[in-house]
Design a protein around this ligand. Sequence first.
Ligand SMILES: [Ca+2]
Ligand SMILES: [Ca+2]
Length: 117
Amino acid sequence: MRIQACLAFVLLVGVELDAEVERTIRGYDADGSGAIEAAELDGGSRLALGGFVRQHAEEIDADADRVITRAELVAVVGRMFARADGNGDDRITPAELAKLDQLSGRPRRRPRTDPQP
Ligand SMILES: [Ca+2]
Ligand SMILES: [Ca+2]
């Protein structure tokens, strides 16, 4: 799971989730529809959440219409945040991130960069 890596970037850098979601959508949204259609996932986005969106597109697309809306992305990111924020203080500490890594069943250190297809 690469969720933690994305979270770490978003939260430790102090970027607001909403703003990051907005930028991520804009990074993919070639036709300016305000949502990420399936075909647009082939476009590049180097933002923190960009790779996450592509990898988890099916999970994020809650209504399975092959369009990822801002609301769908915000919902997923918000859930990730809530799960990571162990004590509910709206901040994710490195310690909480580490705990999340353990919960995901992969207590090992970050592996080498994943091979890209
Ligand atoms: Ca679009
Ligand atoms: Ca959808």
